[in-house]
Design a protein around this ligand. Sequence first.
Ligand code: GLY
Length: 330
Amino acid sequence: MKRRKFLKNSGLGAAGLMSVPLVKGCANESESKKEQKDSPPVRPIVIATWDVPNATAKAWEVLEKGGSALDAVEQGVRMEEADISNQSVGKGGRPDREGNVTLDACIMDQLGNCGSVVYLQNIAHPVSVARKVMEETPHVMLAGKGAEKFAVDNGFNRENLLTEKSRKEWEDWKKTSKYQPVINIENHDTIGMLAIDAQGNLSGACTTSGMAYKMAGRVGDSPIIGAGLFVDNEIGGATATGMGEEVVRTVGSFLIVELMRQGKSPQEACEEGVRRIIEKNKGKLDFQIGFIAVNKNGETGGYCIQPGFTYRTYSSEGHQNTPSASHIPS
Ligand code: GLY
């Protein structure tokens, strides 16, 4: 652990990272002291769907240097977008049924600013294009050819995202063309990441190549603010993985943040988010959904339908992969 270095770099020093209160600009010293007493401590943390140690370590490295939660989540998920062995995100992602790799991603900051790209092709880092949409345009979402042109105009390189491994698997799939994504493998899809920085600000990012062998043009939950990702700096954040259609139907991530607003812990809120989806699909749970959440105090939670989902956290308490509790027991 590089806790000492982090304390130094983040300017938190001897006061201790875990005990530094959130201070929001108080009118006078006594108000400030009262707010310090009443406020929960800042607890910098990164949490991501699935076991993605390189992604969470990268995000923590950004936070450790005093960087923002927004930079942390962008840099973190870029690690998976660049990793061609991860066939559910970025370059190397499994294609749609016509052999095209099409990417969805979004990003959201502590001010509620957000950007997203859907059905983006030939660009390896959709999360960074989403951030550009957020920061450089008056819009929230760009799609398809328009998103690709915007990316190229902003300096992103076009490249072939279909690797030989994913192409061969797709050729094999075409022999039967059965659309039955393998749970936790072909729909082990989305890398969603949430972070809190030393200032107590929250941001999130979400990126995917979507369901393997989806219909051409299909877009899931991951680039849809409120469905695949939602962040409210006053409350917390949530993000989703799994069968996007079901997450969209319940606006899952927004729901989880609202449940935390009403007083539920991140764990309770994730469980309720999954329960709503189960309720809508009585008797037919042949798909996976996993949610993770973090609240403003840095408490985390995760819950899923099928066993097998895990999530990674990185904080001053360590770097760990946690098997998520599931509705269907393992
Ligand atoms: N959760 C990602 C997708 O359904 O596309």
